[in-house]
Unconditional design. Structure first.
Length: 157
């Protein structure tokens, strides 16, 4: 973690926020989204280029409203941008330690139920873990292979 840059607030009182970390995170999100520069992000989000300039220099901390505008353009959850900009801490977000499994496919829930089945021996549970790890590794390899293939059709001849 780098030192936090001091930035004046509206009243001229210095505040501290993770400007450098935010700048790096924002650039990484832009790269991932295929956004070449801040001018393009400005056009697509409606946040002024001046605002981006202030953020990059650490002169101003982004507002939650501005981050809510750029989040969908970057394909990132707004809350992640809030955290990166120092606008909220994990403790302030009232996040549950327990994920909501209802949003997962039924097949995944069946595997979770199977894993927690009290009738399974330790050996059976270990076998299930290894099998799932192999399945995930195979699926990852398939996805990576599919992404590496050139898209579109080749011309005949």
């Amino acid at each position: 973690m780098t030192d936090r840059l001091a930035a004046p607030n509206l009243f001229g009182v210095p505040i501290s926020w993770p400007a450098e970390e935010f700048r790096e995170y924002l650039r990484a999100l832009m790269d991932r989204a295929g956004i070449a520069d801040y001018a393009e992000l400005s056009r697509r989000s409606g946040v002024s280029q001046t605002q981006f300039s202030h953020w990059r220099r650490g002169n101003a901390q982004p507002s939650r409203e501005s981050l809510a505008k750029i989040a969908p353009v970057l394909g990132a959850p707004t809350v992640n941008l809030w955290l990166a900009a120092g606008l909220a801490g994990v403790d302030q977000l009232n996040l549950s330690d327990t994920p909501d499994l209802r949003v997962l496919p039924a097949e995944f829930l069946e595997l979770v139920d199977l894993y927690h089945d009290t009738r399974l021996s330790d050996e059976q549970r270990a076998f299930l873990r290894r099998s799932l790890a192999n399945l995930v590794a195979g699926l990852r390899a398939e996805v990576t292979s599919a992404q590496a293939r050139p898209s579109g059709r080749r011309r005949a001849g």
